[in-house]
Design a protein. Structure first.
Length: 314
């Protein structure tokens, strides 16, 4: 029997919606696309972002501190843990239902609350850049900065938002358990929101005030699980050079060397397509035979069959 292709899928925020009702609807569509891959004979591991969700939880916890003076502020690492659990809850139920609807009864689905170690001396801590939470006025932002020691930055003329560090993932703490589950045939949801950021202090893991990029965490997960494919899902079917310009060019098949050159030439926007291409590159160059694919959720199956998407390989 041919060995199944092992795939790590990194779901973007648009695969999960922005509110609870949106998420309930979005995960149904997401589950269909993932189970399509399973029916193609693939072994799938799911990672996901949590941008809107972690911001929402953070805002709710801040509102609680305003209501009750005795409530301390909730650390960002705890907000990430909460987002992993409630996204996982919706996602695993949608996947389980979709599997059963198609008569697949032998694939258990489980969410792993995942911690990811970052380095305390990562330069990202010196220059926090990842915006989370809602937009605030200058006055509100000043209050937050004063009260909670938050770093607030003006965001593209839309108001002020809290910014946090986005350090590189170094180690997936629960990787042994994730590997055991995947090897035994489970459909595992892991590294939600890039993982709960933690720093090692002796034997203790201390939560870090940071958000790990989910694409980089997914690339690390794919390497650790010796996956064949990393699929990074986004809002476009393919990656483009000169995106949105008259000489726009969509990319189909790209070597690692070509992709590196495009990155150096500044073709991809920081904070949107750039981390996706960098994560895809990181995985594709880690071992011969490994491939990364960047495409739309509903095109994932076609992408695996080589019919669409941007494929990056050695």
């Amino acid at each position: 029997m041919e060995k199944k292709k092992r795939i790590v899928i990194a779901l973007g925020g648009n695969a999960l919606g922005n509110t609870l009702p949106e998420q309930m609807a979005a995960v149904k569509i997401t589950a269909r696309a993932i189970v399509d891959l399973i029916q193609e004979g693939c072994e799938v591991v799911v990672a996901h972002g949590n941008g809107p969700q972690v911001g929402m939880i953070n805002n709710a916890m801040i509102a609680l501190t305003h209501e009750d003076e005795k409530q301390p502020n909730t650390p960002l690492s705890v907000c990430v843990a909460m987002s992993q659990a409630y996204i996982g809850y919706d996602l695993q139920n949608a996947l389980r239902e979709e599997l059963l609807n198609r008569g697949i009864t032998d694939i258990p689905v489980a969410t792993m609350i995942t911690q990811v170690r970052v380095d305390a001396d990562d330069p990202a801590f010196e220059t926090p850049s990842k915006p989370i939470g809602k937009f605030l006025s200058k006055e509100e932002a000043d209050v937050m900065a004063e009260k909670y020691d938050y770093i607030m930055k003006e965001d593209a003329g839309r108001g002020y938002r809290r910014v946090v560090a986005s350090p590189k993932p170094q180690e997936i703490v629960e990787i042994g358990t994730i590997r055991t589950m995947v090897d035994s045939g489970d459909l595992v949801i892991a590294c939600g929101g890039g993982g709960i950021p933690v720093m090692r202090q002796g034997n203790h893991l201390k939560g870090a005030s940071a958000v790990i990029d989910k694409d980089f965490a997914s690339a690390l997960l794919a390497k650790e699980l010796d996956a064949d494919f990393l699929i990074i899902l986004t809002a476009v079917e393919k990656v483009a050079l000169n995106y949105g310009k008259p000489d726009e060019k969509w990319l189909d098949d790209v070597t690692v060397e070509e992709a590196k050159q495009y990155v150096e030439e500044g073709h991809f926007a920081p904070g949107s397509m750039l981390p996706k291409v960098q994560a895809a590159l990181d995985f594709a160059e880690s071992k011969p035979g490994r491939q990364s694919l960047i495409t739309l959720l509903e095109k994932a199956k076609d992408g695996i069959l080589g019919e669409t998407g941007t494929r990056i390989h050695l």
